[in-house]
Unconditional design. Structure first.
Length: 91
């Protein structure tokens, strides 16, 4: 099982780096290389924690997903349409 996790991590980390970089360029998110590292490094760290440390599985999952979640928030902010504020209404 551990060798399968290691193989998936080795394939997923560069794949996520490339995908995030291309997506950030496409939707015009600032600093695409930084965001690609923010996504891929926690995935590699989570796989390393799973393989070599005695960490609860929930901690591994939370660590591995952190970069993806942060990039998702940044992507949403970058793709929002600017609408002028209207007095007396909520967005």
């Amino acid at each position: 099982m551990d060798s399968l996790v290691a193989a998936l991590a080795v394939m997923a980390t560069p794949g996520l780096l490339i995908w995030t970089y291309q997506d950030a360029l496409r939707v015009e998110v600032g600093r695409p290389m930084l965001w690609s590292l923010v996504v891929s490094v926690p995935v590699a760290l989570g796989a390393t924690m799973y393989l070599f440390a005695t960490v609860p599985t929930t901690g591994v999952i939370m660590t591995a997903n952190t970069g993806l979640v942060l990039y998702g928030f940044e992507r949403e902010v970058a793709t929002e349409e600017e609408e002028p504020a209207e007095p007396g209404t909520l967005p």
